[in-house]
Design a protein around this ligand. Structure first.
Ligand SMILES: [Zn+2]
Length: 207
């Protein structure tokens, strides 16, 4: 078996990205696993079925991460280069350099022997298969992240970061609130408890 962990969906359609061992550099960064000398074991599980899971070892030197795993009985030692770009409001955010094509990406996938970007593996975005409420939630979180907030939607909407133009903030705040309401409204509807009155005007366009 050449691709032990990849799971294709319907015949002829592209496999979804979330079924192919996504390795998100932002998630690793948040947990401190990109610091020089850091080592972690990163795993994937499908529901409660731990037998269907996989795990790899990751060792960082701050500029690259060595991924250690076995593929089809073969030991693989793959070095993935990190790229750090400055953030608007201080600090730096990490990216992977795809080991296959060199693209700067946030996520690489273990869909075959090497970890590579979704372009290289011809994967579709998992979010295309997501429920609309999940998409709205992702948008809401993304906007909060841009405003320097790591918290969930239960905390107050973040204030304008220092240095950001009011115009930019107003635009993001409008989009953020709309996305948060959309995610909550859709989630409530999904549970059969519709709380939102039917829209009377044109729906606000969010991205
Ligand atoms: Zn690539």
């Amino acid at each position: 078996m050449s691709r032990p962990y990849s799971v294709c969906n319907r015949k002829g359609s592209k496999p979804a990205t979330n079924e192919n061992l996504p390795l998100d550099v932002r998630a690793m960064h948040r947990r401190g696993y990109l610091a020089p000398g850091a080592y972690c074991s990163w795993g994937w599980w499908r529901g409660d079925n731990k037998e269907g899971g996989a795990s790899i070892g990751c060792r960082s030197d701050g500029q690259s991460v060595r991924l250690l795993y076995s593929h089809a009985g073969e030991e693989v030692d793959l070095r993935v280069v990190l790229d750090w770009t400055p953030c608007n409001y201080g600090g730096a955010r990490p990216w992977w350099r795809c080991p296959s094509c060199g693209r700067r990406v946030a996520v690489i996938y273990g869909a075959g022997k090497v970890f590579a970007c979704r372009h290289c593996y011809g994967l579709c975005y998992g979010c295309q298969k997501e429920k609309p409420s999940n998409r709205a939630l992702r948008r809401a979180f993304k906007i909060r992240e841009r405003l320097g907030d790591d918290g969930g939607l239960t905390t107050a909407f973040p204030e304008k970061p220092k240095g950001m133009h009011w115009e930019t903030y107003s635009r993001l705040a409008l989009k953020g609130h709309a996305a948060e309401w959309e995610s909550l409204g859709l989630a409530a509807r999904f549970c059969g408890r519709e709380t939102q009155p039917a829209a009377t005007g044109p729906a606000s366009k969010v991205e």
